[in-house]
Write a protein that binds this ligand. Structure first.
Ligand code: ATP
Length: 237
């Protein structure tokens, strides 16, 4: 589904990724773990098309998308839920969802997709008319995920979905993501909360200082002292 090869990227004179290789197979859920500043968000930026790599390539579903703009990747099904949710605060929950289907679906199809989102997040159905800015953090995260789902992702990238949420909301969002994975959506997520990351994913990569240090099954990673160190000092880990 996704292949990243020899990715080098950065900001100005700072090289943040020093040649990253990784692959995600269809139907799997992978977690990208690593300490602050490891390059996780940078990697997602390059994969989603928000950031141009200096070298290397991104192959999605057999096509080299390295030079595709983010919008074209999203239309092809490579959709990012960015860190910090970024819903349109002044628009209603339903309007936010409709924007996720923009240029991708119309009429009946939009209604069908919205019904699926409401099945996954019944809370959004209750709140559909409410301005997004007045929703709780957990509801805004559900909305951000729901908006991405309106675009029928084939690969959903989630950057820190549990960040800043209350414990109950963390559980609700994590349960919904597990349900999505079971329904066959391929997922890659960056997560500071180890329990969430390893509860959803079946495989993972440890990124440190811009390089993939190790990769393996969730069971292997859990026992890896480098992974434990990356989560050390994080009370939610
Ligand atoms: P965190 O969990 O703290 O977000 P991360 O693993 O996502 O960490 P990145 O945000 O990708 O890490 O950062 C990788 C490196 O790139 C860091 O050294 C960071 O300081 C640097 N960096 C990130 N964004 C920028 C930017 N906009 N301008 C300059 N440097 C940046």
């Amino acid at each position: 589904m996704l292949q990243v090869e020899g990715l080098v990227a950065g900001y100005g004179a700072i090289e943040a990724l020093h040649g990253v290789d990784l692959a995600v197979a269809p139907d799997e859920a992978v977690a990208l773990v690593g300490p602050n500043g490891a390059g996780k968000s940078t990697l997602f930026g390059v994969v989603s098309g928000l950031l141009r790599p200096w070298r290397g390539k991104v192959v999605f579903d057999g096509q080299d998308v390295t030079r595709w703009p983010a919008e074209r990747r999203a239309l092809a099904g490579l959709i990012l839920v960015p860190e910090g949710r970024r819903v349109f605060a002044g628009l209603s929950a339903e309007e936010n969802l409709r924007l996720g289907a923009y240029r991708r679906a119309r009429g009946r199809e939009v209604a069908d997709r919205m019904a699926e989102v409401f099945d996954l997040f019944p809370r959004l159905l209750e709140r559909r008319g409410q301005r997004a800015g007045t929703l709780s953090g957990g509801e805004q995260q559900m909305l951000a995920i729901g908006r991405a789902l309106m675009g029928r992702p084939r690969l959903l990238l989630l950057d820190e979905p549990s960040l800043g949420l209350a414990p109950l909301a963390v559980r609700e969002v994590a349960d919904a993501l597990s349900q999505l994975v079971r329904s066959g959506v391929t997922v890659a997520l960056v997560e500071q909360n180890a329990a969430v990351a390893f509860g959803i994913a079946n495989r993972g990569f440890l990124l440190d200082r811009g390089e993939v240090v190790t990769a393996g099954s969730v069971a292997d990673l859990r026992d890896d002292s480098r992974v434990q160190a990356a989560y050390l000092g994080n009370p939610r880990g």
